[in-house]
Design a protein around this ligand. Structure first.
Ligand code: TYR
Length: 445
């Protein structure tokens, strides 16, 4: 049977942007930036995107486009008889784990959107949003219901495949997302505390530049946000036609993703400063701090609808790409139809997600890494270890396993100076830098 493919390069670009722009840009970016000093973090983050992220995105795309299979199969085809396919296996496991906690947060977002739509959250509930968030997430069944609903929506589109499912969904979601985001940012800029919020986001605290944890956090966030390291982008690129070129698409996707993160910061931080929130609130920032802010601002209910619609849409297009990683693999190897593969993978992910969700309720005493609950532990392990390790292995694969000619040809870069800079970054800088950052941050602990 002929393998599915993107109808157009634009469709691929929008889907890859949809994958990149997600909860990572809004929910994760805002709390990681908030906890790591705002502007200092932003600068280091942008540095990682430009210097490593975009070259690595091209690396991952080129493996997928040359391999023309899922994350594991592409490595098997390109490096038969070696152990390289374990990079893909790690990606399949990483994608499964990330989606298991991602879908929990998606469920929360959907619940919030629903309660904004029916007007429940337009005013602060008794006891405040913090209390109501805690009460609600600690119940057993309701969060699971919303998470389940979300996963069904994701599975249904992935079943339809690339051209008819994922590409179509993104064709609508991405432009809508961009418009909504800009509207909210413009609104946020009119708030009283806008200048304070912007200062937090854009005026760095130089003393923080020596802190290795900020680098680790910024690198993890850059990889997470660009969706690299677990083969999601590899899998998407494997559905490209051979005449669809990579480099400009890659740069476009990297820049759009960063612009979205910065705009999300412009939406969130002015609002937090205007209404006396705390930027170091951590993961609940967008679920507790922002709703309190919306409740105290004029037309805040409508802003809340806009914001949570945005969050759900962004999360949705990313979740599609995460599910595609194991689905493509299982579909090829277990001889299951695409439909069966999507249902099997969706069920496994939901099942792991159940434990994540219960980590806010009856299993809140369970900690895996340090004193982190289940969600924070999986996020920590995948974001700080699996993604950097996955990207590093892909860089080594392209930089050392492939010949220079193969690497450059498959990167499709035409300009000689860009060819050699990209190759140098992938071959030397990335592996060394990732190792140094990982080791320093472990020693620093
Ligand atoms: N980039 C997505 C976000 O920012 C998360 C993601 C990570 C999506 C890896 C897909 C993927 O393969 O939310």
């Amino acid at each position: 049977m002929k393998r599915d493919e993107w109808k157009s390069r634009l469709g691929f670009m929008l889907a890859a942007m949809g994958s990149a722009v997600g909860l990572g840009n809004i929910w994760r970016f805002s709390y990681v930036a908030g906890e790591n000093g705002g502007a200092t973090f932003l600068l280091i983050y942008i540095f990682f995107i430009l210097a490593f992220g975009i070259p690595l995105l091209l690396t991952e795309f080129s493996i997928g486009k040359a391999g023309k299979k899922d994350a594991v199969g592409s490595f098997m085809r390109l490096a038969p008889g070696t152990k390289w396919h374990w990079t893909g296996v790690m990606g399949v496991i990483g994608g499964t784990l990330i989606l298991s906690f991602y879908s929990v947060v998606c469920g929360w977002s959907l619940y919030y959107l629903f309660h904004y739509l029916i007007g429940d959250f337009w005013t602060e509930p008794t006891g405040g949003f913090g209390q109501s968030f805690e009460n609600w997430t600690s119940t057993t069944w309701e969060p699971l219901f919303w998470q389940f609903l979300f996963m069904i929506a994701v599975v249904l589109v992935v079943i339809r495949g690339i051209k008819r499912g994922i590409e179509r969904a993104n064709l609508i979601a991405m432009p809508a997302l961009a418009i909504l985001m800009v509207v909210l940012a413009v609104y946020s800029l009119t708030l009283d505390g806008a200048s304070e919020g912007l200062a937090f986001l854009f005026t760095p605290d130089w003393s923080q530049f020596g802190n290795p944890q900020v680098y680790l956090a910024a690198m993890g966030q850059a990889f997470f946000s660009l969706s690299i390291g677990i083969g999601g982008m590899l899998t998407y690129a494997s559905y490209l036609k051979s005449n669809d070129r990579l480099p400009t698409a890659t740069v476009g996707i990297g820049i759009m993703d960063t612009v979205f993160a910065v705009i999300a910061g412009i939406v969130i931080f002015p609002a937090v400063f205007s209404f006396g929130g705390d930027v170091t609130d951590g993961p609940p920032l967008v679920f507790i701090t922002l709703p309190s802010i919306f409740a105290s601002m004029p037309a805040g209910g409508l802003v809340g609808i806009g914001f949570f619609a945005l969050l759900v849409m962004a999360a949705y297009s990313s979740a599609l790409s995460m599910l595609e990683v194991p689905v493509a693999y299982v579909h090829r190897t277990l001889g299951l139809s695409r439909k069966a593969a999507a249902i099997v993978c969706g069920t496994v992910i939901f099942a792991i997600g159940v434990t994540v969700s219960l980590g806010y309720g009856i299993w809140s005493h369970v900690t895996i890494v340090e004193n982190k609950n289940i969600l924070d532990s999986i996020d920590y392990i995948t974001g700080n270890y699996i993604l950097p390790l996955g990207t590093m292995l892909m860089a080594i694969f392209v930089g050392w396993y492939w010949t220079k000619d193969q690497a450059i040809k498959r990167s499709e870069i035409n300009t000689p100076i860009l060819q050699s800079s990209w190759y140098f970054i992938i071959r030397y800088i990335v592996p060394v830098a990732i190792l140094v950052i990982a080791i320093t941050s472990i020693v620093d602990k």
